[in-house]
Design a protein around this ligand. Structure first.
Ligand SMILES: Nc1nc2c(ncn2[C@@H]2O[C@H](COP(=O)(O)OP(=O)(O)OP(=O)(O)O)[C@@H](O)[C@H]2O)c(=O)[nH]1
Ligand SMILES: [Mg+2]
Length: 316
C-alpha cells in the first residue's frame, strides 16, 4: 500500500491534505490514490447543509461540530463557494465562526470555491468527501449555497439534507431552486429570534409532499431554530438521528444511487473540463469561432464537429 494512502487511513492530516490537493489539481496519479482509498469509505454520516446566502448555515454547522465533538466523533467540513459574489467576505466569517475548532485535530475544514474550475466542482467535492470518509471522519458536513445546479448535485452525496431558510427571505419558493426543495429532508427556519417564522412554516408545509410516507418514504420535517440563541437545536439533532436510522435501513439503495452519481460526476466533470478547454482555449476552435461571429460558420456545425471527437455522430 502506498505511504500516502496509509497516512490517510492513519488519520494523518498532512497526508489527507496532500491527496486533496492532488484531487483538486487533477494530478494524474490521483486516480491511483482514490482507487486505493475507496474500499475504506462508506462509514461516515454525510450531512448536507444548503440554503440561501446568509441564512445561517455556517453558524448551524458550528453548533453541529460542537455537538459531535462532544460525542467524541471526528468531523470533516467541506464548505463550497463561500466566496461567490453573492456571499463575498464570508470566507473570513466562516473562518471566524469555525476558529474555535482550528486547533482540534479531529476537525478538518476545507473550503472550495466555484471560481476557476473548468467544470468539475461537484466531482472534486465528491472526491474530497471520499478522502475524508476513508480518513475515518464519523461526520462529514457539506455546506453549499442552494442556488446553482452544481450545489444541487453536490447535495446528492449527502445522506441527510438540511435546507436552511429564513422568513425575511420572503418568497423563498421562487428564489430557491425547485430541485433543492425536492431533495431537502429537514427544513430549518432559522433566525426565529428576529423574524416570525409561522407564515413561512405554513407555506413550506403546504408545498411539502409527504403523501408517500405510508409507502415508506421519509416524512420531511420543518424545524424552527435560532443559531444565535442556540434554540431548537435539540430538535434538529433528533431529526438528523432519526433520518440516519431511516437511511441505514435503506443503505443499499442509497449506495447504488451514490455510486451512480459518483461515476456521472467523474465522467461529466472531466468531459466538461475537456470541452471547456477545447472551446475556450483551443486555437483551431478559436479560428472557427471567429467565422461563427462573422456568420461564415454556424455554432451547430462546430458543435457537431466537436461531438465527433467523442464518437457521437449525429449523422447529419
Ligand atoms: N439573529 C440571528 N442571526 C443569525 C442567526 N444565525 C446566524 N445569524 C447571523 O447571520 C449572519 C450569516 O450567518 P452565517 O452562519 O454566516 O450564514 P451562512 O448561511 O453560512 O452564510 P453564507 O455562507 O455567506 O451563505 C451572521 O452574521 C450570523 O451571526 C440566528 O439564528 N439569529
Ligand atoms: Mg457559510
Amino acid at each position: 500500500m502506498d505511504a500516502l494512502v496509509k497516512g490517510v487511513l492513519n488519520k494523518q492530516i498532512s497526508a489527507a491534505a496532500e491527496v486533496i490537493r492532488m484531487a483538486e489539481e487533477e494530478a494524474p496519479e490521483i486516480y491511483g490514490y482514490l482507487k486505493q482509498l475507496y474500499p475504506y469509505t462508506g462509514n461516515a454520516h454525510i450531512i448536507g447543509i444548503t440554503g440561501l446566502p446568509g441564512a445561517g448555515k455556517s453558524s448551524i454547522i458550528n453548533l453541529l461540530i460542537k455537538y459531535f465533538r462532544g460525542q467524541d466523533k471526528s468531523v470533516g467540513v467541506i464548505a463550497i463557494d463561500p466566496s461567490s459574489p453573492l456571499t463575498q467576505g464570508s470566507v473570513m466569517g466562516d473562518r471566524i465562526r469555525m476558529m474555535e475548532h482550528a486547533n482540534d485535530r479531529e476537525v478538518f475544514i476545507k473550503s472550495l470555491t466555484t471560481r476557476g474550475w473548468l467544470g468539475g466542482l461537484s466531482k472534486t467535492a465528491a472526491r474530497i468527501t471520499n478522502i475524508l470518509d476513508a480518513m475515518g471522519k464519523d461526520i462529514i458536513i457539506l455546506e453549499t449555497v442552494g442556488v446553482g445546479q452544481n450545489e444541487v448535485s453536490i447535495m446528492n452525496f449527502a445522506h441527510t439534507i438540511v435546507l436552511v431558510l429564513v422568513s425575511e427571505m420572503g418568497d423563498f419558493i421562487q428564489t430557491i431552486k425547485a430541485g433543492v426543495l425536492e431533495i431537502g429532508d429537514i427544513f430549518l427556519i432559522n433566525k426565529i429570534d428576529k423574524n416570525d417564522p409561522y407564515d413561512l412554516m405554513t407555506n413550506i408545509e403546504s408545498v411539502l409532499r409527504n403523501e408517500d410516507v405510508e409507502k415508506g418514504c421519509w416524512e420531511k420535517k420543518v424545524i424552527l431554530t435560532s443559531a444565535l440563541k442556540n434554540d431548537g437545536f435539540d430538535r434538529l439533532l433528533e431529526c438528523i438521528k432519526e433520518h440516519r436510522r431511516f437511511f441505514l435501513d435503506k443503505k443499499d439503495s442509497f449506495l447504488l444511487k451514490r455510486a451512480r452519481q459518483e461515476i456521472k460526476e467523474e465522467v461529466y466533470g472531466s468531459l466538461a473540463g475537456h470541452i471547456n478547454q477545447k472551446i475556450d482555449q483551443d486555437s483551431k476552435t478559436n479560428k472557427i469561432l471567429k467565422k461563427v461571429v462573422s456568420k461564415k460558420e454556424d455554432p451547430y456545425s462546430l458543435a457537431l464537429k466537436l461531438l465527433k471527437d467523442f464518437n457521437i455522430d449525429k449523422n447529419i
